[in-house]
Design a protein around this ligand. Structure first.
Ligand SMILES: [Mn+2]
Length: 321
């Protein structure tokens, strides 16, 4: 089942009381897409909120747009719970009660991996969309809502972050067409948005990045590189995990590296971010550990010490070459 953008727009026009759910560890696409559709729905006079239960990452604070809340009682009636940029309950952990309030359940996503733990009333999955923000842009157009400057900023943030600033292979003609439309909106300034996202790193975060990059473990003659962020390193550098953004692209920028991996030791588990440069399939590896994502960018998590994760994962990464 894959519903059309048009049919979803038609449905949304008749609904009010909408809770939007971006995935945990929200990124520019999850939050940007959520805020864009939230603003569009509000401009149609509807009550809509983005449900979150974690702080908005500092470099994405401008995407918040007065839309986020951790209080699901703001709405008397929730006609729709809408999941964005993900498709399973394990991606909205801690927000299950709010999710269950929605009479209808919808999903708009561009990930290959599918969860089967939710019976959605509608689903739009576009695996070829570079970002969920692309689908949301088309949905907003289908709703007939004028794209405001705030919406344009959110869509641009969603697209630039999920395409690695237009460097990833998911970038298509449509990606540039949409951004071309954004450039026609009065006041739109892609440089300013890029600076907000990419150029507000703290000295502490830069220090942490240097530590991670200086201590990479290489496998398979340098074709695989694995970095680690431990709780100890975070404490030493005075950083939080959301400041680790940007380290994975640096690992991937190393000549000869085909597969990059960043292991993040959180208080609960160890999360692995996996990337492939050109040909390896890291989605398959992530899926074998219960995670998912895209062929060239995926993730999974582990309930074991970070050293054991590296021992378990590194042979699989080598085997994927
Ligand atoms: Mn995305």
């Amino acid at each position: 089942m894959n519903d059309t953008v048009k049919s979803i727009a038609t449905l949304l026009k008749d609904l009010d009381g909408i809770l939007i759910f971006p995935h945990i560890n929200m990124d520019g696409d999850a939050l940007g897409s959520s805020a864009a559709i939230c603003l569009a729905l509000r401009s149609l006079g509807k009550k809509a909120y983005i449900m979150i239960n974690e702080p908005v990452p500092k470099n994405l604070d401008f995407l918040e747009c007065g839309c986020t809340t951790d209080d699901d009682s703001l709405l008397d009636e929730v006609q729709l719970s809408l999941m964005l940029d993900c498709n399973g309950m394990n991606r909205i952990i801690g927000r299950e009660d709010a999710w269950n309030r929605g009479k209808l359940k919808g999903c708009i996503d561009h990930h290959m991996s599918k969860s089967t733990d939710i019976r959605f009333d509608f689903v739009r999955t576009e695996i070829k969309a570079a970002a969920t923000g692309e689908i949301i842009y088309n949905l907003i157009r289908a709703l007939g809502v004028p794209v405001s400057l705030d919406i344009a900023n959110c869509i641009f943030a969603a697209i630039t972050t999920d395409t690695g600033n237009f460097q990833h292979s998911n970038t298509t003609a449509r990606t540039h067409d949409i951004v071309g439309h954004l450039h026609k909106i009065e006041g739109f300034n892609s440089k300013a948005i890029s600076a907000l996202i990419y150029d507000r790193k703290s000295k502490e975060a830069l220090h942490m990045e240097t530590e991670v990059l200086g201590n990479l473990n290489y496998y398979a003659d340098g074709k695989v590189a694995v970095g680690r962020i431990t709780q100890k390193l975070l404490a030493e550098c005075g950083c939080t995990m959301d400041e680790a953004d940007g380290i994975v692209p640096r690992i991937m920028s190393i000549d000869g590296v085909e597969i990059g991996c960043l292991l993040k030791e959180t208080e609960m588990n160890v999360r692995a971010s996996l990337r492939a440069k050109t040909y390896a399939n890291v989605e398959r590896i992530a899926a074998s550990f219960g995670g998912g994502g895209h062929i060239l960018a995926a993730g999974c998590s582990f309930d074991m010490p970070i050293g054991e994760v590296e021992s378990l994962l590194s042979p699989k990464l080598e085997a994927a070459l």
